[in-house]
Design a protein. Sequence first.
Length: 479
Amino acid sequence: MLNHRQTKHIIIIGGGITGLSAAYRLFELGSEQNLLLDVTLIEARDRLGGVIHTIKQDGFLIDSGPDNFITAKPWALALTRRLGLESELLTTNASYRRAMVVRRGKLLPIPEGFLLMAPTRFVPMIATPLFSLPGKLRMAMDIFIPARKTNNDESLASFVTRRFGREALDRAVQPLISGIYTADPANLSLRATMPRFLDLESKYGSVIKGMRMEGKRQKAKGSGARYGMFVTFRHGLQTLIHSLKDRLNHVCFRLNTHVVRVEKRATDSAASSWRVELKDGTSIEADGVIITGPSKHAARLLTGVDEKLAEQLSTVQYASSAVIHLAYRREQVAHPMDAFGCVVPITERRNIIAASFSSVKYEGRAPAGHVLLRAFMGGALYPEMLQRNDEELIAAARRDLDDLLGITTPPLFALVHRWPDSMAQYHVGHLDRVAAIRKQLSRHKGLELGGNGFEGVGVPDCVRAGERAAEELLAGLDG
Ligand SMILES: Cc1cc2nc3c(=O)[nH]c(=O)nc-3n(C[C@H](O)[C@H](O)[C@H](O)COP(=O)(O)OP(=O)(O)OC[C@H]3O[C@@H](n4cnc5c(N)ncnc54)[C@H](O)[C@@H]3O)c2cc1C
């Protein structure tokens, strides 16, 4: 058993949602088990939250990175409840739970019942001008195409083309998936990102059949994503970060502090076994270290500890993106804005990957009579966009939005936020890579990793990753 009377010093590197979730779980377990834990959280920036950052400007409420999370993955919601924040949650506006897609320069609704990859409803599919008749017939072939026999990982593009045809991929699935993962579906592992579709194929022999069977049970409504399952906080996602910080008053937070290296010390059993070196030349010793954030950063920190582990970590690719917020008076936008936003296929050759109508999706994002738009740029498909300066990015986003939404006058203001190397790309073979990383990591007692590079990229996944890192670290120290 962990010696309850001997204080254990634990260092968490990274103050994003993963690091804070790890710290909170340590606090919970420490209280439950009456452990003496001394926790230091080190963050390079001057604020906590990582890519979660809420700004208020001229009455607008702007989440500059992520702006909501899904409740179908329960970990962020469960944390929200444990923090007593449930009354602060907002669900999406029930009136406009649908998305649009650009087709030949115009916005078309994604047909009712088309959920990320597959159609589930007959009449809207017949009626939609989004797909050609041969394209629709090809999609329906999914019902007759036998399930694949092999168990190898497959790219999302390959799966969709195999079951639904190229048109479904190009006109709907590619933009919907790129809007979520900022990724190229030709590289994205289906098993690591959307295993449900593989399960439907193997269980029902057809994705459409499977979704219809399960949809009957779940009464899925809308199109694009399952919008009823997305929530945010009345005052932005940073509510979660502030609440965690307030609860963690026993944690020593060191902001503006950059870790450059982690070292394992050969020690006698009484001494700490890890040393964390900081950019200012000083170092801190600890019994355990949790490294969070992008795994490529962890790779750099760990080269001296385990070259193989560092090499494995560096194989998880990351994409950079920019989020451009534009504020308008309602009358400046001619489009009815009767949806949550739009996604843009690569074949349309536009600048933006997707746009959200933030103030339609959630209340309180813009003052009365105003709208807030949010455009995504960059990602794995357009990495060169990030070379442009802020003025160029705003101009490029405006060209697309002006054209698509009938805007003829400049925004009240526009803000650019860049998120370099922040979105993990789960390429084909990702689950095997993660299994190899976990195996190699298990050789290092007192070292844990968390973040979006492993078992999921969303906020709920990162909450779970942080909590799991905390649990495994304590179990390891105990062992
Ligand atoms: C633009 C964007 C939009 C997104 N939208 C959504 C969404 O709507 N919903 C959703 O569920 N998910 C979304 N995601 C994904 C999700 O937000 C992230 O995967 C998650 O927040 C990552 O959290 P993290 O703590 O692992 O990493 P980060 O937030 O990146 O935090 C890591 C922290 O570690 C610090 N750090 C790194 N290296 C060091 C070092 N050497 N020394 C000290 N500190 C260091 C960094 O400064 C950073 O603060 C989005 C991601 C991005 C980039």
